[in-house]
Write a protein that binds this ligand. Structure first.
Ligand SMILES: [Zn+2]
Length: 151
């Protein structure tokens, strides 16, 4: 996608989303609301609103990684997508192992889970399918059992 167009699309989508008119989807079952939802943000009254650049990155994650992976492992759920600086700081404070330079801050990382496939199987799937990624970190079930994947 053309960079400038992506940015404008992101801006328009944010406008629609936050005026409650429309959720943004990316050609599959996942929507912008799935990528910014955070129980920690809700509990602590923290704003978790991405900017246009972050929305563009989120749309790339969904179209380039999440949708193709979902096609092979139907039933994926999103634990965590975008994190605002304030949310990330709160997660660090609460000991969730968030790092200060996390790609979640840029909307370039996502934590996913599957009810029937382990994070290790999902990581293998990302590799076997040749999906792009800069980080691929499967967590043991004792540490949440999710797969962190980033563009
Ligand atoms: Zn993560």
């Amino acid at each position: 996608m053309n960079r400038e167009y992506g940015w404008l699309l992101g801006l328009a989508a944010i406008g629609l989303y936050f005026t409650g008119k429309k959720d943004l989807t990316f050609g599959g079952k996942f929507a912008l609301s799935d990528l910014i939802r955070s129980s920690t943000a809700n509990e602590h009254g923290i704003s978790n609103v991405p900017g246009p650049k972050e929305v563009e990155n989120l749309s790339r994650i969904v179209t380039e990684i999440l949708n193709p992976l979902e096609a092979h492992y139907p039933g994926l759920t999103i634990n965590s997508g975008y994190r605002s600086p304030e949310l990330n700081a709160k997660l660090q404070e609460l000991g969730y192992g968030a790092v200060s330079n996390s790609l979640h801050l840029q909307g370039r990382a996502i934590d996913i889970k599957h009810p029937r496939h382990s994070s290790y199987e999902l990581a293998r799937g990302v590799r076997d399918l040749g999906l792009p990624h800069s980080e691929l970190l499967p967590y043991a079930s004792s540490k949440g059992g999710h797969l962190h994947v980033a563009l």
